[in-house]
Design a protein around this ligand. Structure first.
Ligand SMILES: Nc1ncnc2c1ncn2[C@@H]1O[C@H](COP(=O)(O)OP(=O)(O)OP(=O)(O)O)[C@@H](O)[C@H]1O
Length: 698
């Protein structure tokens, strides 16, 4: 059904051809609905007038009422001029200044007329100055009705072409004034119980609130609605999946699992590992397909849980596969799992992009006949589906790379999907997990294996390298190994690589008595593998690397992680890298090396790292510092990114509320057929048409 919100913005009286083009190209605003949902990013209270005598330089935007006394043009070098208007309200004088063409300003704002001036005061030569202020004729403006002024984001291109936040405000006001009452999109029972304002009121107030309270009410309503439909979409998808797919019933715990547990497990499971295994076993016996997220901090022992989960499938006559995000990691998993299973008659193979020709064919045949029981590979393996004889469990080891939308596409290919366990190497804040992994049940390993000493994290400046080298030398002489990580960021790949090569040579000279390995993403897989093996076997003492070693690499004897140019890494990346040490019983160290000049945000990141080893605290801080859009992989995962007004980092409570409400609806009406809820399903269908990422989940 088409609505007035689908109208093209060219039908708005205040939008000419040029503006229509600009809005469409720069802000993707094409319809009334797009414009209405282009929300202000901040507001300034304009209900108060200040006296010039009250001004201080730390004030944000303020408003004055007075008259221009005179104009003056001032030379500011290089034949540039600045226009200054001396403005007084009877309590003092301020300067209004413009750095561009003066004539239209002098023509527009007359000496002696009363104006309202709005801008940010800054102190200059003993007087306050307002650069490029907003000016309105005082006789045409009713202060008591002005309320909060909205500020809209603009692109640089728009600013260059003379558009201001005010331009958008004018068009939006025009739209709001001609709109008929808009229909409600949430059921009454939710609106009333949660005391939300109506959609119609919220959409008007969000652009034009009279007070702070109105602004908040509008925001809460619109954010809640946005988050609610995201959750409803995910939960409905999860519930449909459950009904659609029956899970294999693996209630046999047989020789393989028991044999491993009794004779091959080199240590006691931690309490958290045992609890999680119970949760997984219950899923596998339930007749429902398992879809579980396994969260745990770095080094908490997730791989072992994954292995035991796979062994249950084997005991029931099925195969299992484990997918890793990188080849190095897949190799590492292969090694770990083969070591764990040594002496047991279980065939484990590796399939990545580099396995080719005869070997590849052999593996594909082995999978089809069921001879291979466990397959380890990269995600590419499953995207280009390999034919298994009977795949019972798929474990995916990932780092925010595979959100709900990706998984939805993946499992849509398979008629009889296996049980799925998703392990995340980085702890994810709860609200984000609810969104990108919102269709999964969650298990958490919140306990580290015994005997681990907390890693000590230190911050050093890059002129302290000599003493740092001494500490490295001491550690190696104690029999330990060391990682030295160089940043590698795509845009500057060449320069970074040069840095790494040069750094490697310098380090070789600095440590002539030791042997070094080197790994970066541009090396051939076989080369990487060989270098890694040298380090894993303890033949080299120092591994110089880029972030290719970030996830999952496990060398318990390595006890020092040096991260150079640490300011170039995000928090979760730093935490991941640090997690490569502290995996044995030795005291481990992480040294973050930076230059002297650090931005405020970098300083905060470094402080948090030095302060805590707790991955969940770090993940929360990361979300707050960077926002969900920037978190690694959330872009690809799509979901979190599609929000227009809510912010998963800041609106955690609303995410929780939206989840609870959506869950209650799905629980009470799992088949989505109750007439009271028809509004919801219709709205969801409409939203899916416009949100590409939402549509992927259906
Ligand atoms: N219960 C346990 N007791 C002692 N050591 C354990 C236990 N569980 C696992 N480990 C050991 O701890 C180390 C880290 O385990 P694992 O690699 O499984 O962690 P992870 O959670 O997968 O870590 P990451 O996310 O960093 O890859 C390994 O050397 C593993 O053998």
């Amino acid at each position: 059904m088409s609505s007035i919100l689908d109208q093209d913005i060219q039908f708005l009286p205040s939008v000419g051809t040029k503006t229509k083009e600009i809005l469409s190209k720069e802000l993707s605003i094409r319809s009334y609905g797009d414009l209405l949902e282009y929300y202000p990013y901040k507001y300034v209270d304009r209900s108060k007038i200040f006296h010039i005598s009250e001004l201080t330089s730390d004030m944000p935007f303020v408003q004055l009422k007075g008259k221009i006394l005179s104009y003056e043009e001032v030379d500011i070098g290089k034949r540039n001029k600045m226009l200054v208007a001396h403005f007084s309200d009877g309590y003092g004088v301020v300067d209004l200044v413009w750095f561009r063409s003066a004539q239209y300003i002098i023509k527009s704002y007359k000496v002696g007329t009363e104006y309202i001036v709005f801008g940010k005061p800054s102190a200059y030569n003993g007087r306050f100055r307002f650069a490029h202020p907003d000016i309105d004729d005082a006789s045409k403006l009713q202060i008591s009705e002005m309320g909060m002024q909205p500020f809209y984001g603009l692109t640089e291109n728009m600013k260059k072409r003379g558009y201001t936040s005010r331009s958008i405000e004018r068009i939006t006001r025009n739209l709001v004034s001609i709109l008929p009452p808009l229909p409600e999109t949430l059921p009454d029972f939710i609106v009333n119980r949660l005391h939300l304002v109506s959609r119609d009121a919220a959409l008007r107030m969000i652009h034009y609130p009279h007070s702070h309270q109105e602004m908040q009410k509008a925001q809460v309503r619109l954010k809640f609605e946005e988050l609610f439909y995201v959750q409803l979409n995910i939960l409905r998808y999860a519930s449909d999946q459950r009904r659609k797919y029956r899970g294999y019933i693996f209630n046999r715990i047989g020789d393989i699992f028991n044999g491993f547990y009794a004779h091959h497990l080199p240590f006691e499971l931690t309490g958290a590992q045992k609890r999680v295994m119970h949760e997984i076993r219950a899923d596998m016996c339930s007749g429902r397909q398992m879809n579980r997220l396994l969260q745990g901090d770095v080094g908490s022992g997730k791989t072992l849980v994954a292995l035991m989960t796979m062994l249950i499938a084997l005991d029931n006559g099925y195969q299992a596969c484990l997918m890793a995000p990188t080849e190095i990691l897949a190799e590492q998993h292969l090694q770990t799992i083969r070591d764990f299973l040594q002496g047991m008659d279980i065939r484990v193979e590796l399939l990545t992009g580099i396995v080719k020709g005869k070997k590849r064919k052999e593996i594909l045949d082995g999978l089809a006949t069921g001879d291979i029981q466990i397959l380890i590979g990269t995600h590419a393996v499953i995207e280009d589906p390999v034919a298994f004889h009977r795949l019972g469990v798929a474990v995916s080891d990932e780092q925010h790379r595979f959100g709900v939308a990706q998984r939805a596409k993946l499992w849509a290919k398979s008629e009889n999907p296996p049980h799925v366990l998703v392990m995340t190497a980085t702890p994810i804040p709860r609200t984000l997990a609810m969104t990108i992994y919102g269709d999964l049940d969650v298990s958490v390993i919140d306990e580290l294996p015994p005997g681990r000493k907390p890693i000590q994290t230190l911050h050093k400046f890059d002129n302290q390298l000599t003493s740092l080298y001494q500490s490295i030398r001491r550690q190696i002489n104690l029999g330990r190994q060391v990682y030295i990580v160089f940043p590698l960021i795509k845009e500057n790949e060449k320069i970074d690589l040069k840095n790494l090569e040069e750094g490697y040579e310098t380090l070789k000279q600095a440590f002539p008595e030791f042997r070094l390995s080197k790994i970066h993403g541009r090396m051939k897989s076989a080369e990487k593998e060989a270098e890694m093996e040298q380090f894993v076997k303890g033949k080299t003492q120092i591994l110089v690397a880029t972030t290719v070693i970030e996830v999952g690499v496990n060398v318990p004897n390595a006890s020092v992680m040096v991260i150079l140019d640490a300011q170039r890494f995000g928090l979760s990346q730093l935490h991941q890298l640090r997690g490569r040490v502290g995996r044995g019983c030795d005291q481990s160290y992480c040294i973050l090396v930076t230059g002297y000049k650090l931005s405020e945000e970098t300083r905060k990141r470094i402080d948090i790292m030095c302060d805590t080893n707790d991955g969940f605290r770090i993940a929360e801080a990361d979300l707050k510092l960077r926002g969900p859009g920037d978190l690694e992989g959330t872009q690809q995962s799509g979901m979190a990114f599609d929000l227009k007004i809510a912010n998963i980092a800041r609106d955690g409570q609303l995410v929780q509320l939206a989840r609870t409400e959506a869950q209650a609806i799905i629980d009470a009406d799992p088949q989505c057929e109750h007439p009271l809820n028809s509004l919801l399903w219709n709205r969801l269908r409409e939203l899916k048409k416009t949100h590409i990422n939402w549509a992927a989940i259906s």
